[in-house]
Design a protein around this ligand. Structure first.
Ligand code: DGJ
Length: 745
């Protein structure tokens, strides 16, 4: 890994074993991108990569001669207003209303390691040698604004991280109307764009479309990253598969409004832009003030989509997630939400915890409804003290009682929210987000607190701190069940209202930071009405998140498969729930529910007291199974094998392989049972060709090359056993699954 600056050619070459990224200082001192892709050998100069075609003579505009139009140049951080008509990376308005910018190269700095962003989540290094950073300083002489573009290349990952900082060194009060985290111009448009779209209970479905001329984008303007679109897109070649071929992944370490878009210009070049959504955004950049964008993570892989995902997984699991639980196995939990909803009391909770303990479960999570006078979704958010009607002895006593049973205790909060029926709402109406003289829309009967205000964050921290410091709490679920409407802050002057959405998210990060710093041994799980804010920003503060409120095993196949495009298994909260399923009414076998939930951070979310003896036995076995394999599941390499988004979607398969390749676990799922079925086999991945693996559930042994080239054969040879065929046939059902554990001898 290195970053080399060639003084004569004025070129930067960032490279590691996987990728090269080459930037050139243009003759107008702005920056050109010469290349981003698979690693190429370093040389004195890459100036032969410069392409300048004289293009149309009418309509086009040039700086000087007829071959220098920014519209035709692949740029690093493009501006609008001169000779480029494509989507810009930034916009700044002066006091006189003009908006032209011209950032020229001044100097640069290359250093080992990586700096943290200011008050925002980002990837990090533990040792300096893990990464090298380049900061390019540019300056606009008229605005007197300094722009620092930061690039970090990691030694072991095909990753470049980027962010931009603007510092106003002049005498004017400027307004930043947009400041994207990264912009990347690729020379052609022969790509398919992959993104993750969805809705509540149907999060992160994989969508693929061919790039077309013009703009194609995904975004959020809801105040959080959202389940509708994830702050991620990938560009893959049409021939790229899961395992081979080129792909670029773009992911934003941010939890608020974002924009991720690709613009294909008239000459077939593709400009990808990712960052804070400029819609309704502005930032006042007063004298000596600085604004820093969130971090964008750019992955290059020539090992297909799975290669891209594995890079994101490793980076996000080990150098984005932090803290005590980053590398520790996560406790198996029981959450009372789908077991009781709001209808519980101390006896009920203790009876669930007792049963959970007997089944080997390690952590009891008390969900919504434990505070204020909350018995439904219409009251008490913000009143973070125990509901003494339900829990007469309080949370401290309950947590001790659960501990006495031999279980850890966890608690649900929704820190950003407030009910109309609450003390905060009555005492501090100005803390509740609303626009003067406008109707206040509710979501799930609740309103959003103005987290752009420090006094609000201080107050909520104080309330949570009181509960946490008095009780024995090992886990917190941080929920957020609605999006923002009528955005406006009573704590911001008029000209700063456009800063509100970003300031809100900074407030959320601030509270997270204070809590995780003070309570470093508490395991945090992020949640937002399921997976409505499942993004890399959250992962920095909490190593795991609730993937979806949809706990149906079959729905989860698509949701978890899509989530795995970017996010590691160690981040995916997944539980076994009751049937008929509470979201889709589907009845799936308990084995299949667990076989899906194993591929994540495992738990249960049903009334364990309703299990019959046979089910209790099964749950005990499942818990033991997960305990035996959780280290591998949390830290192994994940491979997608069969996609629920392809063909008729009837089969899904995936697997996780240990780093030394000696162990693997494979999950295979069939949605519907079919008549006159075909023979079924599927190929495994990531094994060591020469290792001789025992497949525990089949009691057979195979070399790795056989499993990867011929595959696992699912259909059986019944030639000598017709009776077995008929008994198997009777057991054939919809929603079946198979788990295979492989061990190399
Ligand atoms: C939405 C979450 O996703 C659920 O798991 C549960 O915590 C409810 N909120 C509680 O209101």
């Amino acid at each position: 890994m290195a970053i080399i600056f060639n003084e004569n050619a004025k070129e930067f070459h960032l490279f590691n074993n996987e990728l090269s990224y080459i930037i050139k200082v243009l003759k107008n001192n702005q920056l050109e991108n010469l290349y981003f892709g698979k690693k190429v050998t370093h040389r004195e100069s890459f100036k032969h990569l410069v392409e300048r075609e004289p293009r149309a003579f009418t309509c086009a505009v040039y700086e000087g001669g007829h071959t220098f139009a920014l519209d035709h140049i692949k740029q690093e951080y493009p501006s609008f207003g001169t000779t480029d008509y494509r989507y810009p990376s930034h916009k700044i308005t002066r006091e006189d209303g003009s908006t032209i910018t011209n950032f020229e190269y001044v100097a640069h700095n290359i250093y080992k390691g990586k700096k943290c962003l200011k008050a925002m989540p980002c990837t990090y290094t533990e040792e300096e040698h893990e990464a090298t950073t380049l900061e390019i300083k540019l300056f606009d002489k008229v605005l007197r604004v300094e722009l620092i573009l930061s690039y970090t290349i990691f030694e072991n990952y095909g990753v470049i991280t980027r962010s931009a900082s603007f510092v106003n060194l002049g005498e004017e009060n400027l307004v930043l109307n947009s400041a994207m985290s990264a912009s990347l111009d690729l020379p052609d448009d022969n790509y398919e764009m992959i993104h993750l779209a969805g809705a509540w209970a149907r999060e992160r479905h994989v969508k693929t479309r061919k790039l077309q001329s013009g703009v194609q984008a995904v975004q959020s303007i809801r105040g959080s990253s959202s389940s509708n679109h994830n702050p991620f897109l990938a560009l893959k070649r049409p021939e790229t598969t899961e395992d081979c071929g080129e792909v670029y992944g773009f992911s934003l370490v941010y939890s608020g409004n974002f924009l991720a878009q690709v613009e294909v210009d008239s000459y077939g070049a593709s400009r990808t832009t990712i960052g804070i959504n400029p819609f309704n955004f502005l930032w006042n950049l007063g004298k000596q003030e600085m604004f820093q964008t969130p971090e964008a993570v750019l992955v290059y892989s020539d090992r297909g989509l799975n290669g891209m995902s594995q890079t994101f997984h490793e980076l996000y699991r080990t150098r984005l997630a932090r803290g005590h639980f980053r590398d520790r196995v996560r406790p198996i939990l029981i959450n009372n939400w789908e077991a009781t909803y709001f209808d519980f009391n101390e006896d009920k909770i203790l009876s669930l915890a007792k049963e959970a303990k007997e089944l080997g479960i390690e952590l009891f999570v008390l969900d919504d409804g434990w505070f204020g006078k909350r018995n439904g979704d219409n009251s008490s958010l913000g009143d973070w003290y125990p509901n003494l009607e339900k829990l007469p002895n309080g949370i401290d006593d309950l947590s001790n009682k659960v501990n006495a049973l031999g279980m850890q205790f966890g608690l649900w909060f929704e820190p950003e929210m407030v009910s109309a029926d609450s003390h905060i709402f009555e005492e501090h109406p100005e803390w509740v987000i609303h626009t003067p003289e406008r109707h206040m829309s509710h979501g799930r009967n609740q309103f959003v607190l103005d987290f752009s205000r420090k006094d609000v964050v201080d107050y909520i921290f104080g309330m949570m701190d009181k509960v946490l410091s008095n009780s024995s709490i090992s886990y917190i679920k941080w929920d957020m069940n609605r999006n923002i409407t009528e955005a406006y802050s009573h704590g911001l002057e008029a000209k700063k209202q456009g800063e509100f959405m970003h300031r809100y998210i900074l407030g959320v990060y601030d509270l997270f930071d204070r809590l995780t710093t003070k309570y470093e041994k508490i395991l945090f799980e992020f949640c937002s009405g399921g997976g409505n804010r499942f993004d890399p920003g959250m992962l920095y503060y909490a190593p795991q998140g609730w993937v979806s409120d949809d706990t149906d095993a079959i729905e989860r196949l698509k949701i978890q498969y899509g989530t795995s495009m970017v996010y590691p298994l160690s981040s995916m909260g997944s539980h076994v729930s009751a049937v008929p399923n509470h979201q889709v009414n589907r009845i799936t076998p308990i084995d299949t529910r667990a076989a899906v939930a194993y591929f994540g951070t495992f738990g249960y979310e049903l009334d364990l007291n309703n299990l019959d003896e046979e089910e209790r036995k099964i749950v005990k076995e499942q818990v033991n199974f997960f305990k035996t394999h959780r280290e591998l599941i949390q830290k192994g390499d994940f491979y997608r094998l069969l996609s629920p988004f392809e063909g008729d979607g009837n089969e899904t398969a995936w697997m996780v392989v240990s780093k030394d390749k000696k162990e693997a676990i494979v999950g295979h799922y069939t949605v519907l049972s079919k008549p006159s079925d075909i023979y079924h086999r599927f190929k495994l991945k990531g094994l060591e060709e020469k290792f001789y693996y025992e497949v525990e559930q089949k009691k057979t042994k195979h070399y790795g090359d056989e499993l990867m080239n011929i595959g696992i054969i699912l259909s059986k040879d019944y030639s000598d056993n017709e009776a077995e065929f008929y008994s198997d046939f009777k057991n054939k059902k919809d929603f079946m699954s198979k788990i295979f554990v492989l061990r190399a001898k």
